[in-house]
Design a protein around this ligand. Structure first.
Ligand code: NAP
Length: 253
């Protein structure tokens, strides 16, 4: 079964952000094609048994390697082992990617303003989308909103700046909005549904959500996804179904 569905890849690098947050890269087999926003299934062998988990790709569809962003789930069978990963370790990669949180799913409204709302490691698919030139070509405005508990958990900030500089060079209308929920001194420190309800998110963005133009993607904590979706629906925004509508979501666990 393993050799049919999976290939064995090698870990190339590991970056540790905090005690329980890290990123890693691995080799990419030539057959592994994906669309920005999709996830891979990665496996580790534990006592002769393959344990597999879904991981959104951070890297762009054009990169030669694959990058992932992970949290260590306390007592989790998978991540408690994965956290000890070393360069040159082997990981199993399922040959096909999965998932529908891709920009291609939007047919109506036409692309204009894109809102990418993440908590924690749910940032991953949005980094992949932002490393795809077509995202910058299609949208006039892009807002990346990233909610974490503390400043230390705000991973990838320097990379976001680099991505904007290299992919969105002539795109002035990119706005990165960090939200740090357990830091009273942060500009925004309330949860996303509250920031939508009290209008603070739009105020900081300098732009309102618009049922006729906004594409809004949510990824991360399932409760955040649920509560934020409801807050947006109360504002008249619609779930994207069969290509039409504003809101597209991915629960992360
Ligand atoms: P998290 O609890 O998801 O918090 C990250 C951000 O989301 C924080 O700003 C948090 O705000 C906010 N948030 C949490 N619940 C929310 C809600 N209902 N509405 C709006 N915002 C909300 O923290 P995390 O460290 O990324 O993940 C926490 C735990 O989730 C992990 O320890 C792990 O057990 C599990 N997890 C599992 C997987 C998996 O693949 N199995 C992946 C990721 C995470 P507050 O500070 O106000 O809480």
């Amino acid at each position: 079964m393993t050799s049919e569905k999976f290939t064995v890849e090698k870990v190339l690098s590991i970056q540790r952000w905090t005690n329980n947050l890290f990123s890693f890269t691995m080799t990419r087999p030539a057959h592994f094609k994906f669309t920005a926003g999709q996830f891979a299934r990665i496996g580790i062998m534990v006592d002769g048994e393959l344990i597999v988990r879904a991981y959104s790709l951070v890297s762009s569809p054009y990169d030669e390697i694959l990058e992932f962003f992970s949290i260590v789930v306390p007592d989790g069978a998978f991540t408690s082992r994965l956290q000890h990963l070393k360069v040159d370790d082997e990981l199993y990669l399922e040959k096909i990617p999965y998932g529908y949180l891709t920009l291609a799913r939007y047919q109506q409204p036409a692309p204009k303003d894109l809102w990418l709302l993440a908590t924690g490691t749910g940032l991953a698919p949005f980094l992949s989308m932002l490393q795809d030139f077509s995202t910058w070509q299609h949208y006039q405005q892009i807002f990346l909103v990233y909610s974490v508990r503390s400043q230390a958990e705000l991973a990838y900030v320097a990379r976001i700046k680099e991505i904007h500089e290299s992919f969105g060079e002539n795109h002035p209308n990119f706005c990165f909005i960090p939200v740090i929920t357990r830091d009273a001194t942060a500009t925004l420190n309330q949860r996303l549904p509250i920031l939508i309800e009290n209008g603070q998110l739009e105020q900081v963005a300098g732009q309102n959500f618009n049922v006729d133009s906004s594409h809004i993607m949510l990824c991360g904590n399932p409760e955040m996804v649920e509560d934020t979706k409801e807050a947006l629906k109360r504002r008249g925004l619609k779930m994207n179904r069969r290509g039409e509508g504003n809101i597209a979501v991915e629960n992360y666990w």
